[in-house]
Write a protein that binds this ligand. Structure first.
Ligand SMILES: [Ca+2]
Length: 330
């Protein structure tokens, strides 16, 4: 073999080898997400939204829009301030209510005052049901993942909505057509009573669970409470001028907080493995008071998560996404 032919052989071998490796590891498409959050009393919603922005930066997620299900008047302004800090002033935000608003959060007002926001209060927001319907109507079929990390009032309103100028489909038909999966932080497994399910609107929990006809995965209270994030590791890896840093500082000065909401995000974007095990052997049944039980038989749609990886490994992953160090930058 002449040296030119030898060089050509080496080049082609390397080239096709490279093609082969790339063909074997196709990049997964970004998960198209609608986040439904009660950005108010607890701070894990802030951590959850920070994770979504980190995933978006890595092209693992696409935030279609956010529904703020809260009566804290600064919850939407705070949500928009966080989005803008991450460079997104164009993420649609819908609200569950625009009157009888209160101010009780330890951080929403401060974050919306310290950082640029397109909202003064939730009264400036568009109706959550209309935003939900618009976001779903324009997406391809069976493509959207809904993540709920608050109570289920807005999701129930979407499911009961009728055809309108946005879509000829009813809310339940729109969901059935456009949604792929629901990742829900809610409930306690195998049984218990958890706030998103029982406070303030257990009727919506019962309605959503009995009328949801697609796969749903529950991240229950018992797994989130094992994974404490937003503590000293997060603090030392975060930029002090970040609204995520400042919200955790305002909430409890980096004493750390359970990651209930973050686990629903982690599952929605990275899947069940390597962090979780999904239990498919039953159905989540909710009582009138919002308490829940895992009962046989399976309805073929419900699953609840258990931790598979050590809690400390999951904490590291979540803290790095929340601080931005997972993206190689603070
Ligand atoms: Ca929440």
């Amino acid at each position: 073999m002449s040296w030119i032919r030898l060089l050509r052989f080496i080049f082609l071998s390397v080239f096709w080898g490279f093609r082969q490796v790339n063909a074997q590891t196709p990049k997964l498409p970004a998960v198209a997400v609608i986040l439904d959050t009660d950005m108010d009393s607890d701070v894990d919603d802030v951590g959850a939204l920070a994770m979504l922005h980190a995933y978006e930066k890595q092209r693992m997620a696409r935030i279609l829009g956010i529904i703020v299900t809260s009566d804290d008047q600064y919850s939407a302004p705070c949500t928009d301030a966080i989005n803008r800090w991450f460079g997104h002033n164009d993420i649609p935000i819908g609200v569950s209510q625009r009157d009888s608003l209160r101010s009780f959060s330890k951080y929403t007002r401060q974050i919306s005052e310290r950082f640029a926001s397109g909202f003064n209060t939730n009264a400036d927001g568009e109706d959550g049901t209309a935003v939900y319907r618009k976001l779903l109507a324009r997406e391809p079929d069976s493509s959207v993942v809904i993540i709920t990390i608050g109570h289920l009032t807005s999701l129930a309103r979407l499911l009961t909505s009728g055809p309108d100028s946005i879509s000829p489909l009813s809310g339940s038909a729109l969901v059935k057509t456009k949604v792929k999966h629901w990742s829900c932080m809610g409930g306690q497994f195998p049984e218990g009573k958890e706030a998103n399910f029982y406070r303030p609107d257990p009727a919506s929990t019962i309605f959503c669970l009995s009328n949801w006809k697609l796969p749903v995965t529950f991240a229950g209270w018992e797994i989130g409470s094992q994974v404490v994030t937003g503590g000293q590791t997060f603090k030392s890896n975060s930029s002090t001028d970040s609204p995520i840093y400042q919200a955790y500082q305002l909430y409890n000065d980096f004493k750390g907080r359970a990651s209930w909401d973050q686990l629903a995000i982690l599952k929605a974007i990275e899947g069940v493995q390597p962090y979780f095990k999904a239990n498919h052997d039953g159905t989540c049944q909710v009582a009138a008071d919002g308490s829940n039980r895992w009962v046989s038989p399976s309805n073929g749609l419900h699953a609840y998560l258990s931790l598979h990886a050590p809690a400390d490994k999951i904490r590291e992953r979540i803290d790095s996404l929340m601080s931005g160090s997972a993206n190689g930058a603070k």
